[in-house]
Every structure is written in C-alpha cells, then in structure tokens.
Design a protein around this ligand. Structure first.
Ligand code: AMP
Length: 289
C-alpha cells in the first residue's frame, strides 16, 4: 500500500469524507513509535481506509512546556506509519488549523479536565479536546483509535464524543511497552542512559500497586503510599501517584479490581505518565491465574 500525504484542510475534508467504507483515524503528534503503530495496525484490521494525522498541537502545551523541543521527524514518521498500514497521512499546517480569528475552545464542566493531568497541566485538556473536535470535524464519521497510555485523555475524549453526539466510535488500545516495561512515549527520546533507568520507577510504582492489591491490600491510601515510595526513590519530581475510578477519574478510598493506578513524574527533561488497571497483567509480575 502506498501512503498518500494530505496537507490542506480542503484536501483532507474531501478525501476523508469521500472514503468508500469505514474510515479508521489515528491522531498523533508524530515522533512515531511502536505504540502509535499499534493503533494504526488496530485500525487496519477493523477499517477499510486508515488515516493517521501528525499535528503538534500548540494549544495543549503550557508556556513552560516542550512545544519547541518536541521531536519532529516527518519523513521517518511517514515510513513507520506506512509500514503499520496507514493509507493517508494528514499533515496539517498550524496556521491553517488556527487562523488568527480562531476563537473557539472546548472544555468540560466536570472535574475531569482539572484533576491529575489537568491540574499539573492547566489548559492541557481544553487544547486536546479542541484539536480532537476539529480533527473529527475534518475527517468526518470514523472509528478513532487512542492509546490507553494517555488514560485520562481517553476518558475526556469519550465524554466529549458522547456529550456532543459526534459521529465517531472511540477505540482504546493497550499500552505498548519496551521489553523492560517502560511505556513507549515520544518523550522517551529526551532521556539519557541514567534517566532511562530512572524512568523505570513509573512502571515500578504501578507494579507495586498491583503487588499490594494481589497481596490483599484494599486501602487506596496504602496502595498510593506504596506507589509513591517507588516513584520518589527513582524520579526527580514525582507529580502524582493515585488510584482512581476508571470512568470518572475520581479518587478511590477502597481499591477494587479495574481501578486505575495513575502516575506522573519528571525524569530529567522529560515529563512522563503511565497507568495500570488493578488486576491486569504488568511486566515483571507473573500473569494472574
Ligand atoms: P501522541 O503522539 O503522544 O499524542 O500520541 C498519539 C496517540 O498514541 C495517543 O492516542 C496516545 O495515547 C497513543 N500512544 C502513545 N504512546 C503509546 C503507547 N506506548 N502505547 C499505545 N498507545 C500510545
């Protein structure tokens, strides 16, 4: 299959809306890795035509964040997306996406956008929701594939799709990890060797949560304390280590299978996040019988 690159909004709109059959859509910010490729492969299996977008969305970065440093490598990305089975690559120009008179922002009234990632990165989810809504508006009805690695993002996007009756079916795919358990992320490219080793404390904290849960611990604060100990030992700046309800991200007091352990921390120049559903398998622990 050859990959066709579309650059203007008109081209994207007319091509995606003219697709014969089901369109699969994978929005990304580029610096493509095996995690992104897994989404494209899932879309390839379920859809007739697969479109992936690369857009480093300025609206979702805070002033002190890594917008300028964010890795940009379109040529390599195109090869990786084509290898995973993408048919269309949407490369949208920032000025066409956000013309000077752009005036609309999507937000959510629930605590969803102001807790955890939303608290650490004020305005982040407004930026995510606004660009995702714009992308959905451009590509039209589709199945959209998101990674579970950005768990809170999947919750807020699903909420928006339901609330606004958008003609999109959201699919959430498992987190792809390196062999040692580190969740793949475009920001892992910022890590030096020592930092790469320290970054393992994120998955280590999630493992500690799972271990405590399997040992019978049901107190959420006790499980959170176990996570925090590991995160503090390994990273420069732990930001949170919490146990939350999988549907609305509210904090738990008593742990149940399916609750989501979420962690965020700075490791050197990178801000990393990860999560794990209690009761699921996790690298470094035997699968549950
Ligand atoms: P990003 O380019 O970081 O905005 O990510 C684009 C999409 O890829 C999002 O839906 C992410 O959740 C997903 N993604 C990023 N890393 C991974 C991973 N390690 N495994 C699965 N999906 C991922």
């Amino acid at each position: 299959m050859t990959l066709t690159t579309l650059r203007t909004l008109d081209e994207i709109r007319s091509t995606c809306r003219g697709v014969d059959g089901q369109l699969g859509f994978v929005p990304t910010m580029g610096a493509i890795h095996a995690g992104h490729q897994s989404l494209v492969r899932a879309a390839r299996q379920e859809c007739d035509v697969v479109a992936a977008s690369i857009f480093v969305n300025p609206l979702q970065f805070g002033d002190d964040e890594d917008l300028d440093a964010y890795p940009r490598r379109e040529a390599e990305d195109a090869v990786l997306l084509a290898a995973a089975g993408a048919d269309l690559l949407l490369l949208i120009d920032k000025d066409e996406m956000y013309p000077p008179d752009f005036a609309t922002t999507i937000t959510q009234s629930e605590t969803l956008v102001t807790t955890l990632e939303g608290e650490c990165r004020p305005g982040h989810f407004e930026g995510v929701l606004t660009v995702v809504a714009k992308l959905f508006g451009l590509v039209g009805p589709c199945r959209a594939f998101f990674g579970r690695k950005d768990y809170q993002q999947t919750v807020v996007v699903r909420r928006m799709v339901a609330d606004l009756n958008l003609p999109v079916h959201v699919e959430v795919c498992p987190t792809v990890r390196e062999p040692d358990g580190l969740a793949m992320s475009s920001r892992n490219a910022y890590l030096g060797d020592d930092q790469r080793a320290a970054a393992l404390s994120l998955v280590g904290a999630l493992r500690a949560a799972e271990q405590a849960f399997r040992a019978g611990e049901r107190s959420a604060p006790a499980i959170e304390a176990a996570m925090e100990t590991i995160l503090r030992a390994g990273t420069d700046e732990p930001e949170y280590a919490c146990l939350v309800d999988p549907l609305d991200m509210s904090r738990r007091t008593a742990a149940r299978a399916g609750d989501v352990a979420v962690v965020a921390a700075r490791v050197g120049p990178a801000r990393l996040i990860d999560n794990h559903s209690l009761g699921d398998t996790i690298p470094g622990l035997p699968a549950r019988p």
